[in-house]
Design a protein around this ligand. Sequence first.
Ligand SMILES: [Zn+2]
Length: 239
Amino acid sequence: MIKLLKQSIIQRFDALGNHLLSPPRSGFGYFVHHGPRDQPKLALTFDDGPSRPCTEQLLEALDQLEVKATFFCLGVNVGYHPELVLHMYQRGHVIGNHSGWHSRKRGLLPWADLSHIRAGEEAIYAVLGVRPRFYRPPWGWLTPWEGRRLARAGYTIIGWDVYTLDWVIPEVDAVTLARDACRVAQAGSIFCFHDAKPWEPLWEKRETTRAIKLLVPELRAQGYEFVTLAELLHRPAYG
Ligand SMILES: [Zn+2]
């Protein structure tokens, strides 16, 4: 009984957080949800990685499609597979910070410090020798005080304007994911997908990669070009 009650409270808390703090509504002026609307450029972003084999499969597909993307890596997952993070970077993908351990609550506290963000940054720095300047908060939750802290630390805070349920288990099929994403994509769009799961070194996730293989040719046929966030926003990826 107490367990059920606790679960219900957490669900309501999460729904309220998603409603108030996640894109597209939230941001308090600190979020970037898309690039310029007058250029046919799109940016694919992937959160929570890396994991095996899902990230490897995605990287292979992106290579075949000749697409450079942006990966918001999680500190703890970077620790599982540093070689994959190095591989992404060497292939020309951009690495962003998705915090150290994916806590959605840390940024809620007005008096919190940036240690959960620094933990992600340090994990990436240890592998690449560069410090990411793009940050996406876990769950996309951004309070104004966390936004101010991040902006002062020199981060560009990235939201999205194209979001699918590709993180749900069991997985949503690729055709649905690609269709849902294509339907709302427009010039300057930032897509939020997931190549992995927080705290999971191994994950058999297939539909996101399949969806990317469907939607890239479809949107290219409509005249769009896929670029990294650095190219879309004309902002530095590292500092
Ligand atoms: Zn995440």
